[in-house]
Design a protein around this ligand. Structure first.
Ligand code: NDP
Ligand code: MN
Length: 391
């Protein structure tokens, strides 16, 4: 019977089929000139960017479009968007795309609102993020990061330092999940982003910040992902599977703000910082097994019991509560990864073992929050060992 706290952010969620058409009415609640932010081209190719622009204009808003946010968005890209938004007088930021476009848009909202030119001092908390931040409307095109309902934005600088930064002022004010958009994801993106959502809930469930409220969402999301990710991967038009993945992604986003993630994300985030071609989901896939084994090996009874719950939620047979049964959670994860063709070797992703020391330093420095929530404390030497295992 542990004490806990849980807060409900001011995000209005609209979820279902054909919801994109309501972006204009929703954005109008918050501003009159939208900076419409998107990725490198998928939303335009599929016609969703144009639909969003039309809905905004039909509702009477002016629209300035910023295209070209790259996966694992950089501070330079954010700074360019901030300049455009400031020059044009935008007062609301609308993101349509994956976690990268949404994160970049959140950071742009901070920079435009504070009339600043460089986002990095806010990311590393040298400057304070305040209520001058512009309101954000988020329309996710992936089911993975939960960014449409979290207070995080993850930004990388020119040195490859990738930092997750949070503020209560960057929660999206409006979040619009449209199943038509997420069902357009190609197989690889479906698999890798879907695994990110699974990592979020497995980590939140083990985090020192877990609470009864997030536990409920985490366990349900694990079941939903185990049952629906292989289906969404095999048949992108399976709308039940897409619905359940988008739901699980949203549950996961609702968990990682209050509970936080653990060592997997602390170590995984910095991988895509140093190697931008390694997607967030792939980096997590390489590290999840080694971190789980470490936590189970060193964990007390409570941690063992939690990993047994994870195994059960992933569909494994769980009769006893012991170390051997807890390790079935790793089997469950590996089976799922195989079903959606995601490899687990960092070497095969193109990472170099000679970078392990640098990865470790960055993870300890920039992932301190998530490291601190890991249920077992890890020394620098142990972090190095876990990275090595992921090769
Ligand atoms: P990205 O936004 O990086 O998108 C990955 C790729 O998928 C891009 O090439 C994109 O193309 C394409 N794509 C996205 N949606 C579709 C679609 N519906 N149809 C076709 N192609 C599509 O992926 P993620 O969503 O995984 O975001 C990853 C980022 O989010 C990382 O930087 C990660 O660290 C961060 N993150 C943020 C969290 C938060 O709470 N803020 C939590 C966890 C992770 P295109 O560019 O052309 O649109
Ligand atoms: Mn993540």
């Amino acid at each position: 019977m542990d004490n806990f706290s849980f807060s409900l952010p001011e995000t209005s969620l609209l979820f279902g089929k054909g919801t994109l058409g309501q972006v204009g009415e929703r954005a109008k609640r918050h501003g009159s000139h939208a900076l419409l932010v998107t990725g490198k081209g998928s939303m335009k190719k599929l016609g969703f960017l144009q639909k969003a622009e039309k809905s905004l204009k039909d509702a009477g808003l002016k629209v300035t479009v910023f295209e070209g946010v790259e996966p694992n968005p950089t501070a330079d890209t954010v700074n360019r968007g901030m300049k455009l938004g400031r020059d044009k007088g935008c007062d609301v930021v609308v993101a349509i795309g994956g976690g990268s476009a949404i994160d970049a848009a959140k950071a742009m909202a901070v920079g435009i609102g504070h009339a600043d030119e460089d986002i990095w001092p806010y990311v590393v908390r040298e400057k304070e993020t305040t209520n001058r931040t512009l309101p954000v409307v988020a329309i996710p095109s992936t089911s993975g990061t939960g960014s449409h309902v979290t207070w995080y934005t993850v930004i990388t600088n020119s040195k490859g330092e990738k930092v997750a930064y949070s503020s209560k002022f960057i929660y999206p004010k409006e979040s619009i999940v449209d199943l038509g958009i997420v069902s357009a994801m190609p197989q690889g993106v479906t698999a890798e982003t879907g695994f990110d959502a699974l990592a979020h809930v497995m980590e939140s469930y083990l985090s020192a910040g877990a609470s009864p409220v997030t536990d409920l969402l985490c366990l349900r999301a694990m079941e939903l992902i185990a049952q629906n990710l292989p289906r969404a991967y095999a048949d992108g038009k399976d709308m039940d599977a897409r619905y359940n993945m988008a739901l699980a992604d949203t549950y996961a986003g609702m968990c990682i703000t209050p509970s936080r993630t653990i060592m997997v994300h602390a170590m995984g985030n910095v991988v895509s910082g140093i190697y931008p071609h390694i997607s967030h989901g792939r980096a997590l896939a390489c590290l999840t097994g080694p971190v789980m084994r470490f936590n189970i090996e060193k964990g007390d009874e409570k941690i063992i019991a939690r990993y047994c719950d994870v195994a059960r939620a992933l569909g494994e047979d769980v009769e006893d509560i012991d170390k051997e049964t807890a390790l079935k959670s790793v089997d469950g994860v590996l089976k799922l990864l195989r079903a959606v063709d995601i490899g687990t070797s960092m070497k095969n992703c193109g990472a170099k073992e000679s970078d392990v020391e640098r990865l470790t330093d960055y993870a300890i420095r920039y992932g301190a929050g998530a490291m601190g929530c890991n249920p077992v404390k890890a020394s620098r030497k142990e972090v190095i060992q876990i990275y090595k295992e992921s090769f």
